[in-house]
Design a protein around this ligand. Structure first.
Ligand code: SER
Length: 316
């Protein structure tokens, strides 16, 4: 029987992943942890504990005490915030990963999920249909930490048999918990502002295209990767995950179709340079072949669900 620890359960991904895992594995087998308070759904639906992944002793103790078999480590400072505190962000992102790798090596929690990101690519990477193996010269702290993390994950797999699995997430779009401090955050903020104010001032240019994915697709595929037969996995660094690509203007137009008076203006800030250094679209052929990656949500479906759910949320 699997016993699962989720680190970062109060964040954008964690707050939805925990709910999906509890459905599959039973509430009492999924331990949600974070340094921040969780959503009510998470607190009321199963075990939650405040746990700091940077405290190695406590982390290992938790894993052993609760007989954890799998860990999802989602704790990270995102790209925009990391640029404001480079050294601190490097320390946090790397230490969080290294502590879970070491804990996996020293315990029975051998199966580990850790997200990488499209941020591992940089300005010298081919921007369109970016392949799995290509030039990687990230120029953000977040991207450098993700690329280093991929190398360490593969190393722990080779050297210590840690069963690490990872995807390079595109920008993730969700309504339950808003992201914080990322470059792709505009693709979430725009829905909240469209409903609250009928307008949105976007922090990247209208022509900026980035790969994005709806959270339901991200969660489903993440769990699929964790359940894949390890013999099928040709990569232990991190798999490209494409989602769909659209420009900020295409996103605004899709919203305008549904909210006719909606207006978007564009006022690029420091995150424009980050967005410009990332791919506009990704090739995820290897993930499709190895473990059946498949995304269902196109831009129209994302807009329909987001507008309905964000509205419900804001009316509560
Ligand atoms: N969505 C993340 C960010 O913008 C990228 O992984 O930082």
């Amino acid at each position: 029987m699997e016993r699962i620890l989720v680190i970062g359960s109060s964040g954008q991904i964690g707050s939805e992943l925990v709910l999906a895992l509890r459905k599959t594995y039973g509430s009492s087998n999924v331990f949600a942890t974070d340094i921040k308070n969780p959503t009510e759904e998470i607190r009321n639906g199963g075990p939650f504990q405040i746990l700091d992944v940077l405290d190695y002793k406590n982390l290992l103790h938790f894993i052993v005490r609760h007989k954890i078999t799998q860990v999802y480590n989602l704790a990270a400072v995102l790209s925009g915030n990391a640029e404001k505190i480079p050294l601190q962000a490097w320390d946090i992102n790397m230490k969080a990963l290294m502590n879970t790798l070491e804990a996996a090596r020293q315990s029975d929690a051998k199966k580990l999920f850790w997200p990488s990101s499209i941020a591992v690519f940089g300005p010298t990477t081919p921007r369109h249909n970016t392949p799995q193996l290509t030039v990687m010269e990230p120029n953000t702290v977040y991207g450098i930490s993700k690329l280093a993390g991929e190398r360490w994950g593969e190393y722990y797999n080779n050297r210590y048999d840690v069963d690490i699995r990872s995807v390079r997430y595109p920008g993730l779009i969700s309504y339950k918990t808003e992201p914080g401090g990322g470059t792709t955050d505009y693709a979430v903020e725009i829905f909240f502002e469209a409903i609250k104010k009928g307008s949105y001032e976007c922090f990247v240019k209208e022509s900026t295209a980035l790969p994005m994915m709806f959270m339901d697709d991200a969660i489903e595929n993440t769990i699929k990767l964790m359940n894949a037969d390890s013999k099928q996995l040709s990569l232990r660094s991190s798999y490209n995950m494409a989602g769909i690509s659209f420009t900020a203007e295409e996103l605004a137009t899709a919203i305008k179709k549904r909210i006719p008076g909606f207006t978007a203006t564009y006022k690029p800030d420091f995150r424009q340079a980050i967005a410009d250094s990332w791919p506009a679209s990704i090739d995820d052929d290897i993930a499709q072949k190895d473990w059946g990656l498949k995304a269902e949500f196109d831009l129209d479906r994302i807009c329909d669900v987001m507008l309905e759910k964000v509205k419900e949320k804001l009316e509560k």
